[in-house]
Each structure stands twice: as C-alpha cells, then as structure tokens.
Design a protein around this ligand. Structure first.
Ligand SMILES: Nc1ncnc2c1ncn2[C@@H]1O[C@H](COP(=O)(O)OP(=O)(O)O)[C@@H](O)[C@H]1O
Ligand SMILES: [Mg+2]
Length: 269
C-alpha cells in the first residue's frame, strides 16, 4: 500500500510546491518509489519546479477523465528512476477533478507498487484542496512563521480532522508541521513567531524547519528541487525532514541565529 502524503496549507505562496518537489525527490533519492501529483488545476507549477514542463503531454485531469492512461501521463524524472510526476492541467475548470477519479488514480498507483504518493495541494479550502487531502494518510502542513499563515493553517487542520476519508472512518490523518521561510534573526527581533509558538498554537509537532534562502529561487529557476543542492541550508533542512518522515531522529538545524564566537566578539569581527 502506498502512503499518501498531502502537502497542504491555509494560505497560498507558503512553499507547498517547493516542499512537495523536495520531499518527493528526497524520498526517491532514498530508493523509494514516489509519485508526486499537482492538484493545483489551472496553475501548473510543480512541473516547472521539477524541471519537466516541456515533457508534459497529458496531465492529471486527462487521466481522471479517461482521456489518457496513467502510464501515458506520468513523467519519469530525469534524475531518479523511481520518481514520477503527474502534472496539473491548465484548464480553467476548477471542478475538473472528481473524487471517484482521484480515488481511481491513487488506487492504480498504489497497486503499481508506489511507496509514496505526494499530493501537492492548492491553497485554501476549494475543491482541489479538499480532494488533495481527502485520501491522505499523512499531512504535511506547510506554515510560514507569521500570524496570518498560522491562523489559516488552523482551518486546514480542522478539515483534516473532519473531512477526510480517515476522519469519516474514525481514524486520524497523521499531521506534521513543516515550517518554511524561517528566519532566526526575524524571530529574535519578534517579527516572526518561534517554532515553539507555532507548535503551541497549532498543536502539531515539527517535521522540519526550512530556512529562508535565496537558493530556493535559484533552484526553481533551474528546475531542480532545492533538496538536490546539498550545499544549501534549505536543501539540507529538507533532507532532514525526509529522514524524519522515514522515522529517523535528527536535530533541528538552521534554527538559531549565528552566535558570534569569543574571538569575533573580542575583535568585533
Ligand atoms: N525556504 C524558502 N526560502 C525562500 N523562498 C522560498 C522558500 N520556500 C518557498 N519560497 C518561495 O516562495 C514562493 C512560493 O513558493 P511555492 O512553493 O510556490 O508556494 P505554494 O505552492 O504554497 O504556493 C516561491 O517564489 C518560492 O521560491
Ligand atoms: Mg503551489
């Protein structure tokens, strides 16, 4: 059985697609068979971040509507043999996905031996976001450490606990907090909420803290998920998050401002 992971958030632009691409790539790098699906119908973003936009012929909506087979629509990643992308459609019809259609696709992937299906959700509470979370076993709730992002995430957590298949069956979706665009300096000055603050407000445990980093934009411009850039702090932080998803314990990194050492304090370096 594939584990279905939804990457979701209340607000848009917090880093869901960036995170979906990196988590999926990181899981594949560790030998897992992974499909990553763009549920953001009308926007098509994931294929750009994954660097496969020119290969898109058929998309998720085509498969749901029976216009193409899953095999025809799945794009094999250039870097990892066990990673596949299912792109979103550019149709304007936000209702193009149906629950039955999504269920059929997820079941076919699971039957095909995929270990993980990563669902990149659109923001908010529209149908696409609802369908992306409905079948999830695990949710990665992406939050920026700001009041508005945290507040909107609370709404999503409510839906995860009530409007999913697991909730309907009296089970729970495992929920994890992924803090992105974290800036320790801005936490210190009080402009941003701390990890502990966000955990407390949302009642979730942190699976990863991704620092604010210009490497993220560089990576997406190149069509390479930032997790492949192991020189970058964001890449390393995503790698830690993947390890934790797989059950490893790793200390949080990049969460403190760099403390000046004794000598640099002395000499004002
Ligand atoms: N850790 C980060 N540091 C800097 N910029 C980031 C980071 N994560 C995401 N971004 C930027 O934020 C914007 C929104 O990211 P995206 O993944 O598309 O969000 P969403 O899918 O939630 O709308 C993009 O421009 C992306 O490059
Ligand atoms: Mg997105």
């Amino acid at each position: 059985m594939a584990e279905i992971i939804v990457v979701t958030s209340g607000k848009g632009g917090v880093g869901k697609t960036t995170s979906s691409a990196s988590l999926a790539s990181g899981l594949a790098r560790r030998g897992k068979k992974v499909a990553v699906i763009d549920f953001d119908v009308g926007l098509r973003n994931l294929d750009l971040i994954m660097g496969c936009e020119r290969r898109v012929v058929y998309d998720f909506v085509n498969v749901v509507n029976g216009e193409a087979s899953l095999k025809q629509a799945m794009i094999k990643d250039k870097r990892f043999d066990t990673l596949y992308v299912l792109a979103a459609s550019q149709t304007r019809d936000k209702d193009a996905l149906s629950r039955e259609g999504v269920e059929r696709v997820l079941k076919e992937l699971s039957d095909d031996g995929f270990d993980y299906i990563v669902c990149d959700s659109p923001a908010g509470i529209e149908k696409g976001a609802f369908l992306a979370m409905y079948f999830a076993d695990t949710a990665v709730v992406v939050v920026n450490p700001e009041v508005s992002s945290v507040r909107d995430s609370d709404r999503i957590i409510g839906l995860l606990q009530s409007k999913t298949r697991r909730a309907e069956n009296g089970e729970r979706v495992a929920e994890h907090l992924l803090l992105t665009r974290y800036s320790p300096a801005r936490v210190e000055t009080g402009e941003m909420l701390s990890i502990a603050d966000v955990e407390e407000v949302l009642g979730l445990k942190t699976i990863g803290v991704i620092p604010e980093s210009s490497d993220v934009l560089n990576a997406s411009n190149k069509g390479e998920p930032v997790i492949l850039d192991m020189e970058s702090s964001a890449g390393q932080a995503y790698d830690d998050a993947v390890a934790r998803i797989l059950g490893e314990t790793r200390p949080m990194r990049f969460t403190q401002t760099e403390k000046k050492g004794f000598f640099s304090k002395l000499f004002g370096g």
